[in-house]
Ligand binder design. Structure first.
Ligand SMILES: N[C@@H](CCC(=O)N[C@@H](CS)C(=O)NCC(=O)O)C(=O)O
Length: 213
């Protein structure tokens, strides 16, 4: 299996987290977003990371790759047999990619991507805006969902791909040196602490934290 991308990308991290949970062997082909490398473009025509190849099967899009891996392994990370649980997992994945990503991408870009890739300084006004304006409704929603359900994990009592999807994006904050406000969002804070205790999370996080081009 080949995974194209860089671990700074939350979409690549989502795939890494899944690969590590499944304990699958793979090779990472370090590929920046928008790369013109022909082998990569054949897999990801839009130049988006991650790209993925497995024995002639080629695909892009983190969600597609993760479904391919989880279903392929017959893993319980997604309960395909229970429509209600499946729907919850899909909805959390979309929420993470479409809504949470918007709120937590700016701190990653400013404090990590800019200094590492572009050699420029962070614009702290952009970070402040994200934390004060974009993150609060997202944190409220995540916290209230966990608090109302009383479940340990997002899609129920069992850890699932929903937790991977949300966790991969929320990791942007850790990488940017920002702590979640556990007083404002206690259920979310406890969930995030539980998540960080997983070996697969640690491997994914350390890889992103230590990444240098
Ligand atoms: N829906 C895609 C989104 C992937 C994506 O947007 N990746 C960014 C990096 S974080 C990228 O490659 N951007 C380059 C571009 O859009 O040209 C997925 O889940 O894989």
């Amino acid at each position: 299996m080949l995974l194209y991308g860089v671990p700074l990308s939350p979409f690549v991290r989502k795939t890494l987290f899944t690969l590590y949970e499944l304990d699958l062997p793979f090779e990472q082909v370090i590929t920046p977003p928008g790369s013109d490398a022909p082998a990569f473009r054949e897999i990801s025509p839009l130049g988006r990371i991650p790209g993925f190849a497995d024995d002639g099967v080629k695909m892009w899009d983190s969600s597609a790759i993760c479904h391919y891996l989880i279903r392929g392994q017959g893993s319980a990370l997604i309960d395909y047999a229970t429509p209600q649980t499946l729907a919850r997992v899909i909805a959390w994945d979309k929420y993470a990619d479409d809504v949470l990503a918007e709120a937590v991408f700016p701190p990653l870009i400013e404090r990590v991507v800019k200094p590492i890739r572009l050699g420029t300084d962070a614009d702290e006004d952009v970070v402040t805006h994200a934390l004060n304006e974009l993150l609060p409704p997202v944190g409220d929603y995540l916290n209230d969902s966990l608090a109302k359900s009383g479940d340990a994990w997002l899609a129920g009592g069992a850890f699932s791909y929903a937790d991977i999807a949300v966790g991969a994006h929320l990791t942007n904050l850790l990488l940017a040196g920002i702590a979640l406000d556990g007083k404002r969002w206690p259920a979310l804070g406890e969930w995030f602490t539980r998540l960080q205790q997983r070996d697969a999370f640690q491997r994914m996080y350390q890889e992103a934290r230590d990444f240098r081009l």
